[in-house]
Design a protein around this ligand. Structure first.
Ligand code: MG
Length: 369
């Protein structure tokens, strides 16, 4: 019955949107959102849209490799598949390792197409738990004055009171930074992300020095320091959140069961829909807190992440990292997301609510078309 919604082709368009400020973290810095727009076309004319976000320093993928993988490895395997046969996605790609952003973007676009074909929001199809979700803003490394100034502005203009501060570059300065930010914002939800920047020994010193100041601590040290990481968990009175140390379901299972991560950050841009659901259910079954994190999404990925986070109670009741798009000077969406009172409403448009503005795409696409 769904034959008219078979996948016909997949279109990939690179684009680059400058950031208004350079975002720095322990493993690199970014001055533009250089992403790819991914559009799944069905034989019926229904389309689904997503973005793919390269992170060579984390996953090894680049804009060129993602486009190659989608056009030459993924599209041929999926052509002719009904968008409703979602279990076919992993099955048909079971022999394609890695390429996490490429695979995830196509799967997200398929789920967007399902919503568009049915005229139903993806948020409802995924569970529809809450109409909106609390937003976390990610603050770049900087002096306490700069970080506090940024936090004040976010609270004043958007009502954002959940803050993630990037650390991991300088232990003493980071402890001072956390102390100052907490003193300034005693009621805010504050956590840090060290992006593996500390050794395990430094991380133990960090968790002890910041005890009582943080709500949780993300990636204090490398997962490769297996025993050291466990010692950080043992020393900490707040959860240790696993992000890049556990990307796949198997890695999440190993980190959680090995007690090296006691909270999990989920990124739709690397685990797509099905695997993200599997990870969320695993964590929920074990009582491990899980939040939806950001891969540096533009408004497109933000809508997807917000829909997924708000769809089920375990993620809807945690703040989600949905404010990164504010760093971009513009967006490809006709209607960029709006954060009000620190929350982002999901809306009830079909699919993930992604409508591309043709003029903006012409302006920001980098393929010369
Ligand atoms: Mg992180």
């Amino acid at each position: 019955m769904n034959d008219q919604h078979r996948i016909d082709r997949i279109e990939v368009t690179p684009f680059a949107i400058p950031l208004t400020t350079t975002v720095k973290f322990a493993t690199g810095s970014l001055s533009a959102a250089e992403h790819l727009l991914v559009t799944v076309h069905t034989e019926s004319g229904v389309t689904g849209t997503a973005e793919a976000i390269p992170r060579p320093m984390i996953y090894g993928e680049t804009t060129v490799s993602i486009a190659f993988a989608i056009e030459n490895l993924i599209a041929p395997a999926l052509t002719g598949m009904s968008i409703f046969d979602t279990a076919q996605f992993e099955h048909r790609l079971r022999h394609l390792a890695g390429n996490v952003a490429a695979q995830s973007s196509v799967e997200i676009a398929i789920f967007d197409a399902i919503g568009n074909a049915l005229g139903v929001s993806s948020h409802s199809l995924l569970g529809g738990f809450a109409p909106d979700v609390r937003c976390t803003a990610i603050l770049g490394s900087g002096s306490p004055e700069v970080v506090i100034g940024e936090a004040d502005e976010l609270k004043e203009t958007l009502g954002i009171t959940s803050l993630k501060v990037k650390v991991g570059l300088d232990l003493a300065a980071d402890i001072e930074l956390v102390t100052r930010v907490r003193e300034h914002a005693p009621d805010a939800l504050i956590y840090v992300d060290a992006n593996h920047g500390f050794s395990a020994a430094e991380a133990v010193r960090f968790v002890r020095a910041t005890e009582g100041m943080l709500d949780w601590i993300e990636e204090p040290c490398a997962a490769d320091e297996v025993l050291g990481r466990a010692s950080v968990v043992a020393a900490s009175t707040v959860p240790i959140l696993g992000d890049e140390s556990c990307i796949t379901t198997r890695e999440v299972v190993n980190e959680v069961l090995g007690a090296r991560s006691t909270m999990i950050g989920l990124k739709l841009q690397r685990t797509g829909i099905t695997q993200s659901q599997r990870i969320r259910e695993f964590c929920t079954a074990l009582g491990v807190p899980i939040l939806v994190a950001s891969q540096g999404d533009s408004g497109i990925g933000t809508r997807v992440s917000a829909s997924f986070a708000a769809a089920q109670g375990s993620t809807a009741t945690q703040p989600a990292e949905l404010a990164y798009f504010l760093h971009l000077e513009n967006d490809l969406l006709a209607h960029p997301p709006l954060i009000e009172n620190g929350r982002l409403a999901v809306g009830d448009e079909p699919g993930f609510g992604i409508t591309i503005d043709a003029d903006k795409l012409t302006h920001y696409r980098t393929d010369g078309k």
